[in-house]
Design a protein around this ligand. Structure first.
Ligand code: FE2
Length: 265
């Protein structure tokens, strides 16, 4: 099973670089579509639209519908839950009614679980007692498969970023840790938010963070030839070896295909 992950597209038609943000998303989807073997699923870990507006979700949705693989989204701090739900439910967001956009995708060897860490009014993540209770119900609804959780805010101390704590309190982050550890089946947590490549752990569970898809907003240092090329992650799962992650640079899939053609000529 191959999971492609993108994040932080920040689609916003009023931004001076609006066209670039949209084309970064479109080129990333085209690159993922060109991969062989094909990916099974594409996840987006939030901050889909910079201002949470319906027209920006409509644009993002029209681009994401170009994906050959099914798409699933988790909300970020820049998103508006209701507008996101309207644009992406049910095809890319299976959250039923209720406050949180949490849901599980059960049709793969790994169970994918979107976790809503949004705390309206702040840019940080939150995770309440009530949320923990609901997420445990969702986790316990299936008891056989490993789980990959995906959420916007990285639930560990990101010491390479400007603000290491990405949750409103240490307590909220500890509550999320206890909840994710509850079943002992969560094998990885995939995140965005900090716009750079980083990784850590929540308890014993590895956490991986993909850089932001929108290249003008990306953090960290990139060589000149990579500055206009979005980066995404491929997570490959097999039962014997678990999850293995690779960073891909947009433009690489076409180069792979050319190489295959040359070798077979
Ligand atoms: Fe973001």
């Amino acid at each position: 099973m191959i999971i492609a992950q993108i994040s932080d597209t920040h689609i916003f038609r009023d931004a001076p670089d609006a066209d670039l943000r949209a084309s970064d998303l479109e080129r990333t989807i085209a690159d993922i579509n060109a991969l062989e073997p094909a990916v099974d699923v594409l996840i987006h870990t939030g901050d889909m639209a910079h201002g949470g507006r319906c027209e920006d979700y409509a644009l993002a949705a029209s681009l994401l519908r170009q994906s050959h693989a099914p798409v699933y989204v988790a909300p970020g701090n820049r998103d508006d839950r209701e507008n996101l739900r309207q644009a992406f439910s049910p095809w890319a967001c299976r959250a039923s009614g209720g406050e949180f956009l949490d849901y599980a995708i059960d049709e793969f060897p790994v169970r994918l679980m979107a976790v809503d860490t949004v705390s309206p009014g702040t840019n940080k993540g939150d995770f309440s007692e009530e949320h923990a209770r609901r997420l445990i119900e969702l986790i316990d609804a299936e008891t056989t498969k490993p789980i990959v959780a995906f959420m916007h805010h990285p639930p560990y101390i990101v010491s390479v970023g400007p603000d290491p704590l990405n949750f409103v309190t240490f307590e909220a982050m500890a509550r999320l840790q206890r909840t994710l550890q509850h079943s002992e089946r969560v094998i990885a947590v995939l995140c965005g938010h900090v716009h750079r490549s980083t990784g850590g752990r929540i308890g014993e569970i590895p956490v991986m963070v993909v850089p932001c898809t929108a290249t003008p907003l990306r953090k960290g240092d990139y060589p000149p030839q990579m500055r206009d090329r979005p980066v995404y992650h491929l997570h490959r799962f097999d039962p014997a070896n678990g999850l293995c992650t690779e960073a891909r640079i947009v433009g690489g899939a076409a180069a792979d295909a050319e190489g295959r053609q040359r070798r077979s000529a």
